[in-house]
Design a protein around this ligand. Structure first.
Ligand code: FES
Ligand SMILES: [Fe+2]
Length: 355
């Protein structure tokens, strides 16, 4: 096979249903990757925390009284219970099982009846740190404490988002929208990384954005698509009034699986992870943020169009799962130009799994 033909061959479709591949992905991709886990608005000031997870790994984000932000595996060192739930302003973390109590810096402060165990030492039983970092209001975590710094993983994404006219410092959190898909997580990401399907499947979206002028870009862990607002927007005949300071739709992926989207119009951004829950299931959520000029009616319109497009994508993703996961064919063939970011993603997956 020529190099070009090889480059245009999809991943083996067995990789979308093979539990061994899923286990490797968990170890070599998700347990070593920076992922969006929430936002600073979930904290209630110094002496508070919120519980979250990175692809199913329980994580607690704490803000100590002195203002230090930290992340820990949210797993009790006694018998492994998830320690913190929800979000609270409370100076300590107390495990609900046997009430071991940890300070917000992770130190084990008290373990009831531990004085009866002469060999017990609280030192060495602190919550295990994870890597944690922020960009604007967004909180990211990597379960691997020895990973590259967040700044390196984010690369130029902050500059690219700012260059698109969006000041993330001005964004206010609006709401979180969870979803589940009956598909392997890679199919969900691959669908996100091309708009080749848009003309056929997203009739309302393609009257808001000009997908024929789509630009594709990749830089290390950032994979991006840009589409200018459709001429119908300026004419006032688009199904969504996308007039405003943002003149294009921008879709970014922070590899492996954190999406960042903004539509043209007033300042808006949705961000969130996708993670596997089984070989043929994945889940995700999107946190929506809006900036100045986005009033309630406009936000409702944006959420409505996103909801329509999301429903259309769900059907496409689940149909691709049904076709690929049955093992009847070995692989597919990508289309140069239209599927370039899918190919980029698949190279990323291949290289991580080969490590
Ligand atoms: S498992 Fe946490 S205190 Fe026992
Ligand atoms: Fe789509």
């Amino acid at each position: 096979m020529s190099d070009l033909a090889q480059a245009l061959q999809t991943l083996p479709w067995s990789w979308y249903s093979d539990p061994e591949v899923a286990a490797l992905e968990r170890e070599r991709i998700f347990r070593r990757a920076w992922q969006y886990v929430g936002h600073l608005g979930e904290l209630q000031g110094p002496g508070s925390y919120f519980a979250t997870h990175a692809a199913g790994v329980p994580i607690v984000v704490t803000l100590d009284r002195d203002g230090t932000l930290r992340g820990f595996l949210n797993v009790c060192r006694h018998r492994g219970t998830v320690v913190a739930r929800g979000a609270e302003k409370r100076g300590t973390l107390q495990c609900p099982y046997h009430a071991w109590t940890y300070d917000l810096d992770g130190e084990l402060r008290a373990a009831p009846r531990s004085s009866r165990d002469p060999s017990f030492e609280a030192t060495g039983l602190c919550l295990r740190p994870v890597a944690l970092g922020t960009w604007g209001p967004f909180v990211f975590s990597n379960p691997d404490p020895d990973c590259e710094p967040l700044e390196d993983a984010l690369g130029d994404i902050a500059e690219v988002v700012a260059a698109g006219g969006l000041d993330v410092g001005q964004l206010r959190f609006h709401g979180r929208f969870p979803y589940g898909l009956r598909a392997n997580w890679k199919i969900a990401i691959e669908n996100y990384l091309e708009c080749y399907h848009c003309a056929v499947n997203h009739p309302s979206l393609v009257e808001v954005i000009d997908e024929r002028s789509l630009l594709l870009e990749s830089n290390r862990l950032r994979v991006s698509q840009y589409a200018p607002a459709h001429r119908r927007v300026a004419e006032g005949t688009a199904p969504f009034d996308a007039r405003g300071p943002l003149d294009s739709a921008r879709y970014h992926l922070l590899l492996p699986a954190t999406k960042l989207n903004s539509l043209p119009g007033h300042p808006n951004l949705s961000i969130g992870p996708v993670w596997p829950t089984a070989t043929d299931r994945c889940e995700g959520f999107l946190d929506y943020f809006f900036g100045p000029g986005a009033d309630d009616a406009w936000i409702a319109d944006l959420l409505a169009i996103d909801d329509v497009v999301g429903g259309e994508d769900t059907a496409l993703i689940e149909a691709a799962q049904a076709g690929t996961a049955n093992g009847i064919l070995e692989h597919g063939r990508l289309l140069a130009g239209s599927d370039d970011l899918v190919a980029y993603f698949q190279r990323y997956v291949r290289s991580r799994l080969a490590e």
